[in-house]
Design a protein around this ligand. Structure first.
Ligand code: AP5
Length: 249
């Protein structure tokens, strides 16, 4: 099977993803990942993408990608988004929904998708539902990762991200072979601006106020799968895959 190509999602419309299932038996998984900042959604999305063949679509990655282009080449909406993000605040719904809408080709991909960080408000969840209805596509599950807040803060403060390929590490639980250098591309590792203590506090408050209500929203649709996010990434992945099989059955 051709591998899913995230470049269409990250760069925006104009690139064509060539992902095609090679067998008729292939089941395209269409998932949403929920959970507080730092619980491990991005880590699991990357592993699930490899295992299930579905594309990892992160709204946070779109904004981080925008930070790598020079400010005079950013659209006004992206510039505004970056200002919100660095403070740990949610980017306004109008901006996020417009960015997802212009990338909605990714939602009808035959290989499926794993949405990481979208939706994050009830308004975004309603917008996603209307995009999917228009495309005649249905969600298979909404995975809600759960963990105590103290452990999440430890994950966030130790996280390091490659400025080049965006790979994610942790100084204790997922260290690189050479300190400060990405194993995959040799790029420099940095602390994200929104992983500084003040921004972490704001992000947690924002999550409780704006995003946690989505748990009830999806519970009512029968799609919700709660997954304990404690343990190694591999253990969490296996727990998720078992849960997804049960949800499918
Ligand atoms: P986004 O990029 O979506 O960030 P987030 O939801 O805050 O989630 P994180 O990326 O911080 O954490 P994660 O759960 O992915 O954890 P990770 O796998 O990295 O959004 C960033 C910002 O963009 C938002 O604050 C907002 O401003 C804006 N934004 C994005 N989408 C938006 C939207 N829809 N609406 C409005 N605004 C939006 O893991 C964390 C660390 O733990 C890593 O170091 C990792 O190596 C480590 N780790 C992971 N799993 C394990 C494990 N099992 N054991 C040990 N260590 C682990």
């Amino acid at each position: 099977m051709a591998q899913p190509d995230r470049s269409l999602w990250l760069k925006g419309p104009g690139n064509i993803c060539k992902c095609k299932p090679s067998t008729k038996e292939f089941h395209p998984w269409r998932l949403v990942l929920l959970g507080p900042p730092g619980v491990g959604k991005g880590t699991q999305a990357a592993m699930l993408s490899e295992k299930l063949g579905a594309c990892h679509l992160s709204t946070g990655d779109i904004f981080r990608m925008a930070k790598t282009i020079s400010p005079d080449q950013r659209s006004k909406a992206l510039q505004e988004a970056i200002t919100y993000m660095d403070k740990g605040l949610l980017v306004p719904d109008t901006i996020v929904i417009a960015l997802v809408k212009e990338r909605s080709d990714c939602l009808k991909c035959e290989c499926g998708f794993i949405l990481d960080g979208f939706p994050r408000t009830i308004e975004q969840a309603q917008a996603l539902q209307s995009f999917l209805d228009e495309l005649n596509v249905q969600l298979d599950g909404v995975v809600n990762y759960q963990m105590d807040i103290e452990k999440i803060i430890a994950r966030l403060s130790g996280r390091r991200v490659c400025i080049n390929c965006k790979s994610v590490y942790h100084i204790v639980t997922m260290p690189t072979k050479v300190e400060g250098i990405c194993d995959k591309c040799g790029g420099q590792l940095v602390l994200r601006d929104d992983d500084k203590p003040e921004a972490i506090r704001v992000r947690m408050e924002t999550y409780n106020r704006e995003t946690a209500p989505l748990i009830d929203f999806y519970k009512n649709s029968g799609l919700l799968l709660n997954v304990d996010a404690n343990g190694t990434p591999q253990e969490v992945l296996e727990r998720t895959l078992r849960g997804l099989q049960m949800l499918k059955a």
